[in-house]
Design a protein around this ligand. Structure first.
Ligand SMILES: [Zn+2]
Length: 191
């Protein structure tokens, strides 16, 4: 695949001259979403976002895993802080999606996949004090309900001592149609 990418890139450079776009997001906005491959070439058009408009942060599940939630300085918060303090972000959208892989993680499937690839789940569970396979499922950030997960992530961002009190919104996008549903329009923020 590397050779395909490099060959494509040569054609791209011959055919395309990118306009200059500033480093700071012109809409002063950060968008947190999932890494799902079906969001590629769909997510931005569905939200009306162009290159240079927003910071886009992608994590598996558009979430912060439960062991990380307790730590206010987890990687998502760190990235948002960079966006806010260094790049002028003044609002955040958390956008989960339907049919998210993290909403249906089976502990047996997870541990078998690890074993098949030479990683010992039991050793990890012991090393990281995860108790059992369900601890691994928590560690990878699995959740049951995407709407609930979006609301929880919105609340964590709102309450983070590392971030200022800026508007945070929660949405879910239908992975098949691109339709957005509002989970939190900002009105659930505690004054
Ligand atoms: Zn997902």
């Amino acid at each position: 695949m590397l050779q395909d990418i490099l060959a494509h890139n040569e054609r791209f450079l011959q055919q395309t001259t990118l306009p200059h776009v500033g480093h700071a997001p012109s809409k002063h906005t950060a968008v947190v979403t999932c890494m799902d491959c079906r969001l590629v070439n769909m997510f931005e058009p569905a939200l009306g976002l162009e290159r240079g408009d927003v910071l886009e942060l992608r994590t598996a599940g558009a979430t912060i895993s439960s062991p990380e939630r307790a730590k206010a300085d987890n990687d998502l918060i760190r990235s948002l802080a960079g966006g806010v303090y260094l790049l002028g972000v003044r609002q955040v959208f958390v956008v989960g999606h339907t049919e998210c892989g993290l909403s249906k993680v089976d502990p047996t499937v997870l541990t078998s996949a690890m074993q098949a690839l030479g990683v010992d789940p039991q050793q990890l569970i012991q090393q990281c004090n995860l108790k059992d396979a369900n601890g691994l499922v928590d560690w990878i950030g699995a959740f049951k309900d995407v709407h609930l997960n979006v609301q929880e992530v919105v609340d964590i961002i709102r309450q983070s001592p590392f971030l200022p009190r800026i508007p945070v919104y929660g949405l879910v996008i239908d992975i098949n149609t691109g339709k957005l549903t509002v989970v939190d329009d900002g009105s659930k923020a505690k004054a």
